[in-house]
Design a protein around this ligand. Sequence first.
Ligand code: XIL
Length: 368
Amino acid sequence: MMKRTYSFLTKDVSTLHKRATGLHTEMIAKGKNWFGAALTIRNPVDAQERAIVDNYADFGSITPENAMKWESTEPSRGVFTFDGADAIRDYAATQKKQIHCHNLVWHSQLPLWVSQGKFDNATLISIMYDHIKAVAGRYKGSCTRWDVVNEALNEDGTYRSSVFYDTIGESFIPLAFKFASEIDPNAKLYYNDYNLEYNNAKTDAAARIVALVKSHGVKIQGVGFQAHLTSESTPTSAAVTPDQGVLEAALKKMTVQGVNVAYTELDVRMNTPVTPAKQAAQAEAYARVVRSCMAVEKCEGITIWGITDKYSWIPGVFIGEGSALVWDENYKPKPAYFAMLKAIQESPLAPRYYYQINDQVRDRYVRI
Ligand code: XIL
């Protein structure tokens, strides 16, 4: 008899991404629209990271981490640079993944020619229109969704001071949605912000933005909860990932108005260094977030903000914090991966309401 070697016993964990069942396919099986990841196309490509994100079973949607932001696409007035964003579009088309396009109007990663241009109201509105026309126009038909306005709110629910708010007033928000809906009528249009997960004044203010846009007769179809969360108190966040009930209540403040919700930039950071106990707490926090989405009918998808801790934005911005993503620096899936998969699998089937999305996307019909 031939002697067999059981290769799975020694198999490198990086091959785990090849499994056929994954986060995205299980979300679809439960009536949701996607599980996704933020993507930066590196030069040269990191083959190990790429193999994980390529895996359609886990990731059916990608969000450009930086490539579609204003500073990347219109660094000087009327001068558009689309190489990075085109590469994202081409990647998604080849891989048959949805694109959660990010973003059109935001105070950050905004070139100085806009933020310090001292334009009057009418001129800034026309600059906003020209930007949306060029960027959303170029990717029309490729963007499954657009984050039209990003982070317009302060923590107390008042509007954030920005060149857009300070010059145009709150109507910069409905105007941006109006322009985006005219230019790409098929993309689902989202308002996106962080710290909406705690069901507090900022959550209420995001719900008011939905009402505001609607009051102008303008289309808004979703609110993105960025979900940059923590699994323990840290210097930058006393509050940890809320309980499932709080998360659900926050999501429902939007869905009662008829819009969808999604977790759009999920990561769960901690004080470093990581320990097994901290990884377990992190896995539970990720699972709570997933369960809250599964429990809310109009929560349509979840995107994590990157793949491996090697490239996560967290340590560079939140000093002393990290280990926030689902694969560690050595591309090994953490307990959070398996906890999320289980949370999806154990959740009830959501009712399905299908709409057709981009022809090139494999999940041809997705829930409204
Ligand atoms: C972050 C990126 O991950 C970093 O690479 C970049 O340097 C700064 O922006 N909210 C958002 C995202 O909407 O665009 C931000 O992404 C994270 C916070």
